[in-house]
Design a protein around this ligand. Structure first.
Ligand code: BES
Ligand code: MN
Ligand code: MN
Length: 454
């Protein structure tokens, strides 16, 4: 048994309690009511890094959602690895669909259930424990720096501002990001790209106040009707997005890449039934599922607000309606460009008599990552030693806003996590498999050692 493995095995129970303590903090960054919890989560991470041997720990750029910066003990002449992660989480609702409450971490069948279990507290925790295990073996093999932010789930503005002022923070020999899952159980992945995001709120007002639907219905405009007409104009029933100019910015992946995706083990029926839990897969069905998930843009309606949705019935013509929507973006579709296209398309679909506004909330540019680098070879070797298989290159449909900035000083950015595809991130009953966390601590620990050996 390697030193890392015996350390992780001997300390599992304690580490599990630590992970639970972190998961108990409801650090929901999008909700100002949880500002103090975000601060507490930052302090938990910072205190923890200090205790396990980081001589430098700083809280940067915000009182409520500080960026945690920590430096491990110096390893003169050795490479530097920058670790990025986030301690903030998505809102946990709908609460009644959780088997155990989202901020009362509970272990069932080897999985720990909590909001943030996989995204991204559990995965970041695995790297932190990896570093602890490495330090327990003796001198640090590499210089490790931690950049753990608290606003990833709401756009990372604080970290963008910090890095604009202090770009040298990302100077390193490799940037390690564990915020994406394995391809399959037993199949660690490295992402070759992420989609971007353009998140917006569309607001429609059609009259000064709500109106009696008997007295005015037939003559008065209805805000909800107008809103759904606008939304319907933005996407066809065939799944094609009807925002002019959007598809002109899509670059189809090469035949070589598509063929490689075609060789990945994938059972469409199982994906539909077990993972999606639906009776059909939709979208532009002439393209493969991977192309639809990884290389084509999307348009989603997240929620519609306004009018009457309470118990019983109320005969009212709503004066106002709001929809939260977003697009996922693929290479060349920058957030800024797509904001302009969406605003224009909404304007064009809106009747003159309605006051329609589009407010942009947050987003991310798409990224393409070069996965041919020495650090990725070393991480793959670490996975091979621990998991029996190296990393498989895949793309992913999700977004991590700060990733383009992390590579700006020239370090290869490695997107490779230890979650599993069924972790239910952003959904009820989010979990992470504990074996994955312990394996992750060994893999990332081995990666630090291998980086030190060069
Ligand atoms: N960790 C996810 C992103 C992710 C998950 C990428 C799985 C690839 C595979 C991240 O925390 C996330 O959820 N990002 C948001 C971005 C946003 C709110 C600006 C997203 O993708 O919705
Ligand atoms: Mn995440
Ligand atoms: Mn997330």
């Amino acid at each position: 048994m390697s030193g890392l493995e015996s350390f992780v095995t001997a300390n599992r129970d304690r580490m599990l309690e630590e992970l639970k303590a972190l998961l108990r903090i409801p650090s929901i960054s999008t909700d100002p009511a949880h500002d103090a919890d975000c601060r507490r989560a930052a302090e938990w991470v910072g205190d923890h890094l200090r205790q396990l041997g980081c001589p430098t720990v700083e809280y940067l750029a915000s009182a409520t959602h500080p960026v945690v910066w920590a430096e491990g003990p110096p390893a003169p002449g050795r490479p530097t690895v920058l670790v990025y992660g986030h301690y903030d989480v998505q809102p946990p609702d709908p609460l009644d669909e959780w088997t155990s409450p989202p901020f009362e971490p509970t272990v069932r069948n080897g999985d720990i259930f909590a909001r943030g279990a996989t995204d991204d507290k559990g995965q970041t925790f695995a790297i932190i424990k990896a570093f602890e295990a490495v330090l327990a073996q003796g001198k640090p093999p590499v210089n490790v720096r931690f950049l753990i932010e608290g606003q990833e789930e709401s756009g990372s503005q604080i970290l963008f501002d910090l890095l604009a002022k202090e770009p040298q923070r990302v100077a390193a020999d490799a940037v390690l990001v564990a915020d994406t899952p394995y391809y399959l159980p037993g199949w660690p992945a490295v992402e070759t790209g992420l989609r971007g995001l353009c998140y917006a709120e569309i607001n429609v007002r059609t009259s000064r106040t709500d109106l009696h639907s008997g007295l005015y219905g037939g003559a008065a405009p209805n805000a909800h009707e107008t809103l759904v007409q606008i939304l319907a104009a933005l996407k066809g029933t065939n799944g094609r997005i009807k925002i002019p100019g959007l598809y002109e910015l899509v670059e189809r992946p090469s035949k070589e890449i598509r063929d490689a995706w075609g060789k990945l083990p994938f059972n469409e029926r199982r994906f539909m039934r077990d993972e999606v839990g639906a009776k059909a897969l939709t979208g532009l069905t002439k393209y493969s599922v991977f192309e639809r998930l990884w290389a084509l843009p999307t348009f989603e309606i997240h929620g519609i607000k306004g009018g009457f949705t309470g118990e019983g019935a109320k005969t009212v013509i709503p004066a106002e309606a709001t929809a939260k929507v977003s697009l996922r973006l693929v290479p060349k579709q920058t957030e800024k460009k797509v904001q302009r296209l969406l605003a224009k398309a909404v304007k064009a679909a809106a009747p003159k008599h309605a006051d329609v506004t589009v407010k942009f909330i947050h987003g991310a540019d798409p990224v393409v990552v070069d996965v041919v680098s020495r650090p990725i070879e070393l991480l793959s070797q670490a996975f091979k030693e621990v998991e029996g298989r190296g990393v498989v290159p895949v793309r992913s449909g999700g977004s991590i806003p700060i990733v383009p900035e992390l590579g700006k000083a020239g370090a290869p950015v490695i997107l490779s996590g230890i979650g599993l595809p069924d972790d239910r991130l952003h959904a009820p009953n989010e979990k992470i498999n504990l074996e994955q966390v312990w394996k992750g601590a060994r893999v990332f620990g081995r990666f630090f050692q291998l980086m030190g050996e060069g």
